[in-house]
Design a protein around this ligand. Structure first.
Ligand SMILES: O=C[C@H](O)[C@H](O)[C@H](O)COP(=O)(O)O
Length: 154
């Protein structure tokens, strides 16, 4: 799978490990940085990653910051992105199955590398459930996005 991975300085150490593991598993990985523990702002990384996902350059995105929370808040501002913090394996696959999540966010201060690998594995093998109730709810998210998007220039 084509996967884009990014993170801020707090996420950097875990992000490096996740990227290496994804490559070892045979995924086609784009690492968009950051590439050191020099402080950067998570909204900048999240926006760059979300742009790639919505442009179809990657099928799934993974963001790593300190808690995963800032990354998820930022990513959910991007039209077409459904982001979630996942620190348990059940959520990591069900967020795709029920909610068609396309950016999973992990907190490097919260989870260790072995759990992070399990989270990523569960997220990437999951496929959206096509049952009508799930499709209907995703359609409502799209409708909300269109309805609540600020008018150009406002
Ligand atoms: O939700 C925000 C993230 O956890 C950030 O990674 C965190 O706030 C960075 O904090 P600091 O700049 O103190 O390393």
């Amino acid at each position: 799978m084509r996967v884009v991975v990014g993170g801020d300085h707090a996420g950097f150490p875990l992000k490096q490990k996740v990227v290496a593991r994804l490559k070892a598993w045979g995924h086609d990985v784009e690492d968009i940085g950051t590439f050191s523990e020099e402080p950067v702002d998570f909204p900048d990384v999240a926006e760059a990653l979300c742009r790639r996902v919505t442009a179809g350059e990657a099928q799934r995105g993974i963001l790593v910051c300190g808690t995963g929370v800032g990354a998820a808040i930022a990513a959910n501002k991007y039209p077409g992105i459904r982001a979630a913090v996942c620190h348990d394996v059940f959520s990591a696959h069900q967020c795709v199955e029920h909610d068609d999540v396309n950016v999973m966010c992990i907190g490097a201060w919260i989870v260790g590398e072995m759990l992070a690998y399990e989270l990523v594995a569960a997220y990437l093998v999951a496929v959206p459930d096509q049952a009508p109730e799930f499709r209907r709810r995703i359609a409502k998210l799209h409708e909300m996005e269109s309805r609540l998007r600020p008018a150009p220039g406002s």
